[in-house]
Design a binder for this molecule. Structure first.
Ligand code: FUC
Length: 798
């Protein structure tokens, strides 16, 4: 049970006034009284489809990252293990050699402190710094680790409270060297010289060079570098230092461009610059800058994103370590603190896994210790990659979506070939001979090196599901440059493809043919049909968003006429004999076809993240409720499946159901380091869970902003600051006994603001100076007012 809790902050009843980079209401950290166990990549346990599940790494290590680099810390005192990932390092992997995210390096620190006292390790979300503290032989030792985005470097500082107490060996090891593995060899050397260890090698399959450097800076004491005869054992011995700073940089010759997706595997990275120069420069400039300046720069950079959103559901911070807190929660104890922590952790992990210039967050975010990662550590487009970015939009981290944009635009050319092949095969009459006119198509699986085509278990709607992110990218930013240069071209190209996947039905509709509701099976085989709800719905979303974008941009493309015509013939929504939103047109009662408890709820994508089914279509909403209820809570649900259900229930305005699935993620699908699992570890439950919380507290998809749209009974009192609403408004709110007590609205773009709340027509609306602001009453529960860019408004319900 929970021990005494420390009352730390009083945030529940005060209206948060500060918006943006303010200090958060309380400290958030994951902390433990023991190091992570390390049996050295133990793969005894195998889960889902034969994927390895290393209990030590997956459950107990703590993740840091900067988009480029992922780092897992074990916090050990005997031999510390610092496991490094770099998102662009790839080998052949499964799926016809489409490329696979793989472990970059292991950096061991042989410290040999056994029998320590007062041990504590921590990952502070407040500043993205991890620490280890303990006493050994009467000396207090302390370590600090962070991965800086501006410097693209891992910095480690070791100190002790006695002079000359630090003696240890720095020992990097390159994993998975497979000399002679046919066509997929990984070679590498580790060489130490002076204060620098260089790890350098090649991935044969992609013709990809990689290099890592470890610089050891001692303050007091001495260093000595050693090498072995084989060339793979460079180490640096530190003796009698007062403090030590270790800087680690990693890089590869990968360049994100069209060629990576189009060329044969051994030409993908051929001729690219070796990473030696860039890695050396990063190490040199970080060393010149010095630890304290690097740290200050890192904290400022990180907090400029993280501190935008605050969430307060309790004033209590439990005084027990995270693993025990989680255990108590799993045994039924409430912990609103843990619920806040998991939400903020989802934001932390995206900041660590997706930054402008890096590849997007993959299935494992930015972290892998495996030779072959589960599902190749790829970008799965039939829900996972979308879920990775939902909270980028609603939790005010929009620029973290940029990596996906760059990635998607780089693979667009290959996706155009996919479209030509797909149309040629499935609807040759519709094929356009004009280059580019068939648009672009994306299937489920993709990696940093290659993409797949739609078909098989997931239909063409996968593309509309993908372009939804582009519309949201614009809708949450209202940035005309984004609309013109990114959103519109993505929507238009996808619409050109989707338009050609449709065939007329006997009763006059246009149906995607072939069509599959992602991954669902009937009698053990993927079920293929015509016009399933997912495909029709996601095509509708794409067409709808394209027409909206075209209207704003005043585009005159003749193809828009085709879309205007086709969108009226999609007929995506059908209610069945059980009252359910049907997954298939030919279904009568619920689950006549398909797995009744399938992990995917693809037809409900029309509710979330789609918008076709909303409060203006109450009968469809009711059908969605019935279908979602019937899908049940089978134990075979994955972490991400729960997160999608959570967000969908939020859209259906059922806070208690949404909360139930949020709680279920934390109860069943989260490990001691609060990583979500499929299982194995898969980051989307972390990300989707955070998006779901924001969706419970604030919605804006139906043309108005609605605070507390799906507030559960368990969150009676609380407050948040800085959640993002469409129209680019930053919203803060506080509530008591389930009712809004105050709200503030920062208008970033000066858009008209439409608000929905019971009794809002009687509310007091003022500007920042307290002057009343006039609003138009559209209904007793809906008002609208004009805003000025940069202005903040305050609303107090009556
Ligand atoms: C989808 C899901 C699986 C898994 C995989 C990475 O195909 O159906 O459950 O999450 O992606």
């Amino acid at each position: 049970m929970l021990r005494k809790a420390i009352v730390f902050a009083l945030c529940l009843l005060s209206l948060p006034v500060a918006m943006g980079a303010g200090k958060l209401n309380k400290n958030y950290s994951l902390w433990y009284e023991r190091p992570a166990p390390n049996r050295g990549s133990s793969y005894d346990k195998v889960v889902s489809r034969g994927f390895p599940f290393d209990e030590d790494w997956e459950r107990w290590s703590l993740p840091l990252g900067n988009g480029y680099m992922g780092v897992n810390l074990f916090g050990r005192t005997d031999t510390e293990r610092i496991q490094i990932s770099e998102k662009t390092l790839g080998n052949m992997g499964p799926y016809n050699g489409r490329g696979n995210f793989t472990n970059f390096a292991e950096i061991y620190l042989d410290i040999f402190h056994n029998g320590t006292k007062g041990y504590r390790r921590e990952l502070r979300l407040d500043d993205a710094i991890s620490t280890v503290a303990y006493e050994h032989d009467g000396v207090n030792y302390f370590r600090e680790y962070f991965v800086s985005y501006p410097a693209n470097i891992l910095a480690v500082k070791l100190t002790a409270d006695a002079p000359g107490a630090l003696s240890f060996r720095v020992r990097p090891v390159l994993p998975y060297l497979h000399p002679g593995r046919e066509n997929d060899d990984r070679t590498g050397t580790v060489h130490a010289s002076g204060d620098l260890i260089t790890m350098s090698g090649k991935m044969e399959y992609m013709n990809l060079d990689y290099e890592g450097q470890v610089k050891v800076l001692n303050f007091g004491g001495s260093l000595s570098a050693r090498n072995n005869a084989e060339g793979d054992g460079g180490t640096i011995e530190v003796t009698g230092a007062d403090s030590v700073v270790i800087l680690i940089a990693a890089g590869t010759s990968y360049v994100l461009n069209e060629g990576v997706f189009a060329l044969p595997h051994d030409e993908k990275c051929k001729g690219n610059e070796h990473p030696h120069r860039a890695v050396s420069e990063r190490i040199a400039s970080a060393a010149a800058k010095g630890y304290d300046a690097l740290k200050a720069e890192h904290v400022a950079d990180y907090q400029s994103l993280f501190n935008r959103v605050d969430l307060c559901l309790t004033d209590e911070v439990p005084a027990i370590p995270t693993d025990k807190l989680l255990r108590a929660y799993q045994e039924g104890a409430p912990s609103p603190y843990l619920e806040e922590l998991f939400f903020q952790y989802g934001r932390y992990l995206l900041i660590a896994a997706s930054r402008p210039g890096s590849l997007p967050a993959n299935l494992q975010g930015a972290w892998t210790q495996y030779d072959f990662s589960p599902w190749s550590g790829g970008y799965w487009h039939n829900i996972n990659v979308q879920m990775n970015y939902w909270h980028a939009f609603n939790t005010n981290l929009t620029e973290l979506f940029e990596p996906f944009v760059n990635y998607n635009e780089a693979y667009r050319k290959a996706a155009q070939n996919n479209a030509v092949n797909y149309i040629s095969k499935n609807n040759p009459e519709a094929l356009s001979p004009v280059e580019g006119e068939n648009g672009w198509a994306i299937g489920t699986g993709a990696s940093a090196f290659g993409i797949g085509s739609p078909g098989g278990h997931s239909g063409p709607g996968t593309g509309g599901f993908t372009t939804k992110m582009y519309w949201d990218y614009y809708d949450f930013t209202r940035d005309p440059e984004i609309l013109e240069n990114h959103t519109y071209p993505a929507l238009l190209g996808m619409a050109k493809f989707l338009s050609k996947t449709l065939k007329p039905s006997e009763d006059g509709w246009l149906l995607a043919d072939p069509s599959s509701s992602p991954e669902n099976q009937h009698n053990g085989v993927p079920y293929q049909t015509k016009g399933c709800t997912f495909d029709q719905g996601m095509i509708w979303e794409n067409f709808h968003d394209l027409l909206a974008a075209a209207k704003i941009l005043k585009k005159k493309d003749p193809f828009l006429k085709v879309v205007e015509e086709q969108i009226t013939k999609l007929d995506p929504v059908h209610i069945g004999a059980s009252g359910q939103l049907k997954e298939y047109r030919e279904e009568n009662h619920y689950s006549d076809i398909g797995d009744p408890h399938h992990r995917h709820i693809s037809h409900l994508c029309l509710v979330y993240p789609g918008t076709l089914i909303n409060s203006t279509t109450p009968q469809w909403e009711e059908g969605a409720r019935v279908a979602l209820k019937m899908r049940g809570e089978s134990p075979s649900l994955k972490g991400w499946s729960m997160a999608h259900r959570q967000a969908t229930w939020a859209r259906l305005k059922d806070g208690n159901q949404a909360y139930k699935f949020y709680r279920m993620i934390l109860t069943d699908k989260v490990m001691e380091n609060l990583w979500g699992v499929h299982p194995p570890f898969q980051i989307d439950a972390n990300f989707g869970g955070a998006a779901g919380v924001a969706e419970m507290l604030l919605q804006s998809h139906a043309g108005y902003i609605e605070p507390l749209a799906a507030l559960p009974d368990n969150w009676r009192d609380g407050s948040f600051t800085g959640l993002k609403a469409r129209g680019n408004f930053d919203i803060s709110a506080s509530w008591k006994d389930g009712s809004l007590t105050a709200m503030s609205i920062l208008s970033n773009k000066g858009e008209t603001c439409r608000l929905k709340l019971d009794g809002i027509a009687n509310a007091a609306l003022t500007d920042a100076a307290g002057k009343p602001v006039k609003f138009k009453e559209l209904a007793p529960d809906m008002i609208e007012f004009k805003t000025a860019p940069g202005a903040t408004y305050r609303l107090i319900p009556n």
